[in-house]
Design a protein around this ligand. Structure first.
Ligand code: GDP
Ligand code: MG
Length: 190
């Protein structure tokens, strides 16, 4: 039996403003720990990670796209064929929350899909802030998610992570994977 017989490849992108922690989250998920050193992503980088589910082997191909505007043109090439996305913002920098629209617009434009694919919004660097439902930031996040759901007709999932402590890092990727496979099953049943 060929090892590739039951292998399905899923392509996802990680996007969001510069320095929000996309690369740190990806490397942490791939078991490469955490570094304080700022290693700028040059254009795009990727990792692959195997996920087993009900006896099938699946591969997540994770494209980590550099956020700088100087890479706008280059980034546009990486969205074709994606099944999902992780849009990251930095909980300690509210501007990065407010610019999520820009990332969803870019993804919609260049993926050439009719709708935005399965997407998780990640508030990273949770170790730097502690939120309560009464906090102004928490209220702003809630309002932003509602606004985005209405604007793009989505049901976005929102998760807080820390690449430093590892909080929710595995959870984000397994949630995204489960959602993607669920949606593919639903679509093929229609
Ligand atoms: P990217 O530009 O989105 O890929 O961001 P990087 O992964 O390169 O991270 C930018 C900076 O933020 C680096 O100095 C990281 O060490 C730091 N960083 C990333 N994630 C976290 C986190 O969860 N907590 C803290 N405290 N710092 C983080
Ligand atoms: Mg990076």
């Amino acid at each position: 039996m060929s090892e590739n017989e039951n292998l399905t490849i899923y392509k996802i992108v990680m996007i969001g403003s510069v320095s929000v922690g996309k690369t740190s989250i990806r490397l942490r998920y791939c078991g490469l720990g955490f570094s304080n050193q700022y290693l700028t992503t040059l254009g795009a980088d990727f990792s692959i990670k195997k996920i087993e589910s009900s006896g099938n082997s699946n591969v997540l191909q994770i494209w980590d796209l550099a956020g700088q505007t100087s890479y706008n043109n280059l980034r546009s090439n990486y969205y074709k064929g994606i099944q999902g996305a992780i849009v990251v913002f930095d909980l300690s920098n509210e501007n990065t929350l407010q610019s999520i629209d820009k990332w969803l617009d870019e993804m919609l434009k260049y993926s050439e899909l009719e709708n935005i694919p399965t997407t998780i919004i990640v508030g990273n660097k949770a170790d730097l802030v502690s939120l309560s439902y009464k906090d102004e930031l928490q209220l702003n996040i809630d309002a932003k998610i509602i606004e985005l759901n209405e604007k793009y007709n989505l049901k976005l999932i929102y998760v807080e992570t820390s690449a430093l402590t590892g909080q929710n890092i595995d959870f984000v990727f397994t949630q995204l994977f489960n959602r993607i496979t669920e949606e593919l099953t639903n679509n093929s049943a229609e």
